[in-house]
Ligand binder design. Sequence first.
Ligand code: 5GP
Ligand code: MN
Length: 312
Amino acid sequence: MLITLKEAAKKIKAANKILITAHIQPDGDAIGSTLALMQMLRAMDKTAQVYIDDTVRKNLHVLPHFEEIRRPNDGEKFDADLLLILDTSPDRIGKVRDLTDAPILNIDHHITNKGKDVELFDEPKAAATCEIIFKLADELGAEITPDIATCLYTGIATDTGFFQFSNTRAETLRIASELINLGVKPHWISEELEKRSAAEVLGMKTALNSLKIFYGGKVAGMFLTLDDMKKIDSTEGFIDLIRVIDGVDVAFMISEKADKVCRVSMRSKGVDVSKVANELGGGGHIRAAGCTLYKNLAEAEEILVEAIGKAI
Ligand code: 5GP
Ligand code: MN
């Protein structure tokens, strides 16, 4: 059920013990939005705890209060009266779903989130969930401290490719500008987030070696096998290496996570890749989407290339 931001704020105000989470394979927006909201709610004298059921890319560990994020254990319970799910629909939060039976409030900006069976505030035009949390602060009457501003700015910067993608609106830059006024150091965040280990850069080399071009140059793909993946701890940003190829509309990367488990990332300059991902059981945004295919790498390639072919 779709609700307004005001209604979402009312539900949050009425709750006292709030469990906050976001999607597995968390990105800057998932971590930034959950940590920002946790700090706001604690300042309102509420119990608020972030749980994420995954490892988090090292670059994001510098965010204020990052060390307080917990990962759920099997059978663990958390005493909550509200489960706040940010930046995803409830199907991508892993074991956090089992921590509590509290009512769910979902806040997201994914166009593919349908709000099935839960109360959802969804704003697909928002570049990041952090944009929405910025506005929610106003509704909650919460102060945005420099630490909170740093978390929110990180989510907006990462989801817009540092203000380069088509989801960057005047409103996005206005909010970013206000966050800088509130104490964000943009150069510090950029420097922390661009850091990569030598192993990661070597991983990029491996990925680039696998480059294939399809449909007369309109589609480009990279492929990482299970063996490759064992040597790479993060593939964050790899897809951007080929997104830039002149004439390429859809770039994709398939990485083999386990036997017959392939993660797919897609980026586009025009085609709606959220539809392609949705068809294959995933989701995302018009120009950035993903899914998991329970196939081997060669089969996954065939299925994906065919689905993209139909969309272009
Ligand atoms: P990425 O390629 O960075 O992993 O994901 C791009 C976008 O698609 C992100 O907004 C992410 O949340 C979304 N996405 C990626 N994989 C999935 C998936 O399996 N299911 C859904 N619903 N969304 C996904
Ligand atoms: Mn996001």
